[in-house]
Design a protein around this ligand. Sequence first.
Ligand code: NAP
Ligand code: MG
Length: 527
Amino acid sequence: MQPRDFDNELTYLTHKQNGEEEAFHEAYDEAVESVREELGQSHGLQIEGEAVDTDSTFTVTSPGNQDLEIGEFAAGTEQDVDAAVRAAKEKFPDWEALDTSARVEIFQDAADIMRDRKYELAATVSLENGKNRTEAMADVDEAIDFLDFYSSEFERSNGYEFDTGEPTPGQHTKNLLRPYGVFGVISPFNFPMALVAGMTSGALVAGNTVVVKPASTTPLVAHKYVDILHQAGLPEGVLNLVMGGGSDVGQPLVEHEDVSGIAFTGSRKVGLNIQETFMELGKRGPVIAELGGKNPVIVSNTADIDKAVEGVKKGAFSFSGQKCSATSRVYVHEDVIDEFTDQLVSEAEELTIGRASERDTFVSPLIDDSALEYYQEITEEARSDGTIRTGGNVVSDGELSQGRFVEPTVVTDIPHEHKLAREEHFLPFVTIHPISDFDEGISKSNDSEYGLCAGLFSEDEEEIDQWFNEIESGMTYVNRNQSATTGALVQAQPFGGWKFSGTTGKFAGGYWYVQQFMREQSRTRVE
Ligand code: NAP
Ligand code: MG
């Protein structure tokens, strides 16, 4: 069967193609101004459609300017989680019983509201998590795509219900997928709009009710998303928002006896912990977890070096490497490694480091103090065990001193076995390793516990075929100068990991995602 037509949102690209880049920038700049005016407010939890205040709160500041307060947010407790889960449980039967088309319409309407408010939402993403304007808009675009794709695909598939006829006389049969009940959704900071929207809408479209806990650094975007769904007609209590720390709120959500399944995106450590908790408690529902990566790229001696440099630079340093898909280790044929590395170093030095909302910013700030400390730790280690070819320093010139800015870092002379070449960093830090033939590149790429994204630069058809067949990775990209490993589109480039990069083998934004939030039932009725 042919995949259906689906149009990705692609806001920036479309403006660029139509010669309307200035209009994009103007609309974004205006949105930043108006979002700044509304910052600094207090926000409660959202349980059964009501704002709930709590005894303690936490303050979020902008990573690029810590003097800018994003807001004050209610910090939930185990009791608040319990109230949210109870609300979700109570609403579940009615939500499951709602007509497929009525359910789908809510998500289509929410996607429309997000289209109308996309500049405001992108500006909010930039100010809250530090992502530059084109990346922030891509985050919002992806959220719209998730709502649109999951809901319309669910409708096109008739809610995953088949009439299987009368296999023997008098037995009338049906086969269908049904939701589990209440899902907990726990999201990371780095795609604060797309991942909150993607995971919650997967669960909700399927007919589950949800309690969502966003990353503590990005609650405002999650708040806006929940408001938009209510505005689009989502009944109160179907989606509830709790905020607060991972162990204060996330852990009780995972452990709650009425939470049937979890959708999680974040680090391997927390994700695997959630899976173990489920097993220990004897819970039978799914843990749909998207985890980290240590994404390898091979640059063959047949590669177009300009393309390879551009792809690695963008893959490693966009959003300061704070992407699960970030390029992190590059295996370069010894014939071309000097040329490749010199060019990468000089281009990395040209990248503009700055606040997210500045037009020219490529390298944006780090999310929190622990990321900054980790950067200092690994660059120190790289200095002693290898060679830092460029980068390795914190940047604090002028207004940048108010944020957490660091230089994009290119490192050589680190052995393939070294922990810097094996552990995920989530920072603008890439290691370059020589290989003497293509097979060595493939075996070193695969010698990792992760299997999220991988890239290849080669002009040789045989190498390309071999690589597609042998690389152990969920997403695979050949000769992609736009970015060697990052930037997947809903429907065409479903996103997920092999090995320790994911738990289900089914990918976000793909045709088999929503079914994971459901279980099968076969129905026989004799007449
Ligand atoms: P993280 O530290 O694992 O946090 C993710 C979420 O889990 C946050 O909401 C966090 O809350 C919560 N959490 C922390 N401890 C918890 C616990 N004990 N029980 C339940 N929840 C808990 O990840 P992050 O730093 O936000 O994001 C970076 C990681 O996400 C990287 O490893 C990256 O590879 C991964 N990621 C993967 C994908 C993918 O699709 N494969 C996409 C994006 C990111 P707090 O914020 O309150 O700590
Ligand atoms: Mg974290």
